[in-house]
Write a new protein. Structure first.
Lengths: 519, 169
C-alpha cells in the first residue's frame, strides 16, 4: 500500500484537504495526516512515498487522486524541501512541521524530540537558564524581552508554587505561526514548557488558546494526554479563550485563567514575581517556548550563531494578506522587509503594485515600499516607528485606502478594549469619530459645551481639517503613553504610520501637517 | 451535530433554573468548584444549551462561591458567550486586516444582501446567524469563513452565494 502524507492543518482543510485525503484513502493509499509545511499556495499538498523519497504534488483536488498515486499529476513538485520557498529557510523551530504525524510520539522521538528535555533534566535548573540566556532568545510574542532573564526572575522569586503559562492567544491578523506549530508539532511546545518548568521550579503549566483555533485546541489536548507520562511530574492543561483579543495581553490572560474578566493589571508587580494566583509565573509565547528544545539540545551558542545585532536566532515570519507566496518563512534575523515581501512573498497575489505592508498585526505600523530596505530586527523596526510584533506581514495592493485602515485600527481597539484605562476605552472611540470626519472632509463645528461662556481656554470656532489632524496626533500621543497595555498603547502605530506615509489618503489637509510633525 | 445542539437549546428555553443547577453540580464534580473553572464551565454550559441563559448565572455563582455580578461580568465581557440562542446554522466571516487585503468587504456585502441580515443578526426563522470574526489564522488564503464548524478559505462572492444557498435549502 502506498503511503501518502496530507496536511490536516486548518488552512489546508479550509482549502479542501479532507476531501483529498478521503479520495486517496478510497483509492487504496495509506494516508498519514501531518501539519502543514507552511506554503499555502501548494495546499492541499500531497506527498507520496516513492522509491526516491517523498514526492510532493500540490495543489491537488480530490478528483486527482489516481493521477497523484501513479505519479503523473502535472503539479508534481519533487522533494518539497527543495522547493525554493523552503530551501531558503533556516528551520530551527518548525523543522518537523508538515513532515511528521503531529500526534505520533514515535515520529517526534525519531526526529530529535525530547532531547532538549533530557539535556535540561540532566543539568541543574540554573544551567538550563544559562543556556537560554546564551541563546539570546527574546520573547517572540512581540515585546522582545530576553526569555532567559524572565526565567531567572521566576527562578529567583521566593515561593514553592510557580507556574508556566503559554500565550497561545494568537489574535493578530496576519499571524498564524502559533497555530501552525500547535497543529503540526504539539510535542515541541510541550517539551519547551516542560523545560521551562524544570528551569524555574514549576510543576504546572497552562496553554491559553483562543477559541477561534478549534483544530489547535483538539490537537494540543490530545498531545498533552499522550505525553503526560513523559513530562511528569510537570502537568499541563489547555485553557480556551472566549473571543477577547485583549486576553493576549499577559496580565489579562492571567485574570482570564483565574476566572475573571480579562482586564489588564497594572504593573508592577511583574507576573514573574506575582503572576497566576499571585505566584511567580513565566508567561511566554508559543514560539519562544517552542524554540527552547532546540536551544537545550544543540546549545545556546548554536541558536545565537545566526541573527542580526541583538536579535539572535530565527524568526518564523508569516507572509499574509494579498501576497502570492503566503505562508510561514522561518529565517535568521536581518533579512530585509523587501526581500520577504517581494523575493520570497513574490509580491501581491492580485498582481497589482504593493502599496503598504503592516508588520506585527493590528497594532503594527504600515510601511510603504520605500522602506523595504529595513532589516528584520527588533531595534531597526522600533527606530523606524514600528514593531516586529509576532512577525506577521500583511500585504496590501494599491486598491487599499489607508485612511480606512487607520479608522479600522481605532475601531478594532474600541471593539476589543477591556475598558480598564481611559486612553484606550475612550480614546479609541474619539479616534474613530475624528478619522470619520477627516474621511468625510467635514470641518467640525463647535458643540454646545464648547460655546459656553465659561469655556475660555478652547477654540470656539469651526475646527478645520488641519486642526483635526493635529488633534488626532495629540490623541495618539495620549493613547501611546497613557494606556495600561499594548492595545491602547500601540493602536497609534497603524494610525500614525498611515497618516505619515500615506497622507494623500486622508485628504489634502494631511500632507503639510504630517511633514511638519515628522520632525 | 450543530443541529442537535440547537434542538436542545430550544428545549433549553423551557428549562427551569433547577435543571441548570443540576448541570452545574455535575460540572463542579468534574472540574472542581474554584473560580478558575468559570470560563471552562461557561464554555461547557454553552456547548450543552447553545447559549448562556440569564437563569444560569445564579446557579454558577452559588456553585463557585461568587457573586452574581462576578459571573454576569464575565459572561458579558467575552464576545464568545451569547445570551440568546444562535440560528441553526452559523456563518462567521473574517473581518481582520489580512482578509480585508484580499477582498473580505465584498464577501461581507454579498452575505448581508443575500441573507437580509446585518452582521451579528439571526434570521427571524432561526435558520442562520451571521457573525463577524476577527481572524481565524488562515491569513494567506482569505477571505475566510467558518460555516458551522467548517473553515473555508478563498471565498469570493460567487462561492459564498453557493454556500449560503446550501444552508438555506
Amino acid at each position: 500500500m502506498t503511503r501518502v502524507y496530507v496536511s490536516q492543518d486548518m488552512a489546508a482543510v479550509a482549502l479542501g484537504a479532507d476531501a483529498v485525503a478521503e479520495a486517496l484513502a478510497n483509492a487504496g493509499a495509506d494516508v498519514v495526516r501531518t501539519g502543514s509545511r507552511g506554503l499555502f499556495r501548494l495546499e492541499p499538498l500531497v506527498e507520496v512515498e516513492m522509491p526516491e523519497g517523498r514526492v510532493g504534488f500540490g495543489p491537488v483536488a480530490a478528483a486527482d487522486a489516481a493521477l497523484v498515486l501513479d505519479g503523473s499529476h502535472p503539479a508534481r513538485l519533487g522533494d518539497v524541501a527543495a522547493v525554493p520557498f523552503f530551501a531558503r529557510q533556516q528551520r530551527f523551530t518548525f523543522v518537523r512541521c508538515g513532515v511528521i504525524d503531529p500526534l505520533s510520539l514515535d515520529d517526534y522521538e525519531a526526529h530529535g524530540g525530547w532531547r532538549g528535555l533530557a539535556a535540561a533534566r540532566a543539568m541543574p535548573p540554573q544551567a538550563a537558564i544559562d543556556a537560554v540566556k546564551a541563546s539570546g532568545l527574546r520573547g517572540r510574542g512581540g515585546a522582545g524581552f530576553p526569555t532567559g532573564i524572565k526565567w531567572q526572575t521566576v527562578h529567583d522569586a521566593p515561593g514553592s508554587t510557580k507556574y508556566v503559562v503559554c500565550n497561545a492567544d494568537e489574535g493578530d491578523s496576519g499571524t498564524f505561526a502559533d497555530r501552525l506549530l500547535m497543529e503540526g508539532d504539539p510535542f515541541c511546545l510541550i517539551e519547551g514548557m516542560a523545560i521551562a518548568g524544570h528551569a524555574v521550579g514549576a510543576e504546572r503549566g497552562y496553554i491559553y488558546i483562543r477559541s477561534e483555533y478549534p483544530f489547535a485546541i483538539r490537537t494540543m489536548r490530545e498531545a498533552i494526554a499522550r505525553a503526560a507520562s513523559i513530562v511528569a511530574p510537570f502537568v499541563l492543561e489547555v485553557r480556551v479563550g472566549a473571543g477577547a483579543y485583549v486576553c493576549g495581553e499577559e496580565t489579562a490572560m492571567l485574570d482570564s485563567i483565574e476566572g475573571k474578566r480579562g482586564e489588564v493589571r497594572a504593573k508592577p508587580p511583574l507576573p514573574a514575581i506575582a503572576g497566576l494566583f499571585g505566584r511567580p509565573t513565566v508567561i511566554n509565547n508559543v514560539l519562544s517556548l517552542a524554540a527552547v528544545p532546540f536551544i537545550l539540545s544543540k546549545g545556546g551558542e548554536a541558536y545565537a550563531a545566526i541573527g542580526f545585532g541583538r536579535s539572535r536566532g530565527t524568526m518564523p515570519v508569516q507572509l499574509a494578506g494579498n501576497v502570492r507566496n503566503g505562508g510561514l518563512f522561518e529565517t535568521g534575523f536581518g533579512i530585509t522587509l523587501g526581500e520577504l515581501v517581494m523575493d520570497i512573498g513574490g509580491g501581491t497575489e492580485s498582481g497589482r503594485p504593493v502599496k503598504a505592508v503592516q508588520v506585527g498585526g493590528p497594532l503594527g505600523a504600515y510601511f510603504p515600499p520605500s522602506m523595504f530596505d529595513l532589516p528584520f530586527d527588533y531595534e531597526a523596526f522600533a527606530a523606524a516607528g514600528g514593531l516586529i510584533g509576532h512577525a506577521g506581514i500583511t500585504v496590501f495592493d494599491d486598491t487599499v485606502d489607508m485612511a480606512h485602515m487607520a479608522r479600522f485600527a481605532m475601531e478594532f481597539c474600541a471593539h476589543e478594549s477591556c475598558g480598564k484605562c481611559t486612553p484606550c476605552r475612550i480614546g479609541s472611540t474619539r479616534g474613530v469619530e475624528l478619522i470619520d470626519r477627516l474621511i468625510a472632509g467635514e470641518d467640525r463645528a463647535a458643540d454646545a459645551v464648547e460655546r459656553l461662556p465659561q469655556m475660555r481656554n478652547i477654540a470656539r470656532g469651526t475646527r478645520p481639517a488641519e486642526e483635526e489632524i493635529e488633534l488626532l496626533r495629540d490623541l495618539c500621543d495620549t493613547m501611546k503613553f497613557g494606556s495600561l497595555c499594548a492595545l491602547g498603547g500601540f493602536t497609534p502605530y497603524p494610525v500614525l504610520s498611515a497618516l505619515d506615509h500615506f497622507p494623500q489618503d486622508f485628504g489634502a489637509a494631511a500632507a503639510p501637517i504630517s511633514s511638519a510633525a515628522a520632525e | 451535530m450543530n443541529a442537535t445542539r440547537n434542538d436542545r437549546s430550544i428545549a433549553g428555553d423551557a428549562t427551569h433554573a433547577d435543571d441548570y443547577a443540576a448541570v452545574v453540580a455535575r460540572l463542579v464534580e468534574d472540574m472542581g468548584g474554584e473560580q478558575t473553572v468559570l470560563l471552562p464551565m461557561l464554555h461547557a454550559l454553552q456547548e450543552e444549551f447553545g447559549y448562556i441563559d440569564d437563569l444560569m448565572v445564579p446557579a454558577v455563582a452559588s456553585a463557585l462561591n461568587l457573586s452574581r455580578a462576578d459571573v454576569h461580568g464575565v459572561v458579558t465581557f467575552y464576545h464568545d458567550f451569547r445570551r440568546r440562542p444562535l440560528g441553526r446554522h452559523r456563518v462567521r466571516l473574517c473581518r481582520a486586516e489580512s482578509c480585508q487585503a484580499r477582498g473580505a468587504a465584498a464577501v461581507e456585502r454579498t452575505a448581508t444582501e443575500r441573507l437580509g441580515l446585518r452582521m451579528g443578526e439571526t434570521s427571524p426563522d432561526g435558520r442562520v446567524t451571521l457573525d463577524a470574526v476577527y481572524c481565524l489564522g488562515l491569513c494567506a488564503t482569505g477571505p475566510n469563513a467558518m460555516i458551522d464548524d467548517v473553515p473555508v478559505s478563498r471565498i469570493d462572492p460567487a462561492t459564498l452565494d453557493r454556500l449560503l444557498g446550501d444552508l438555506m435549502r
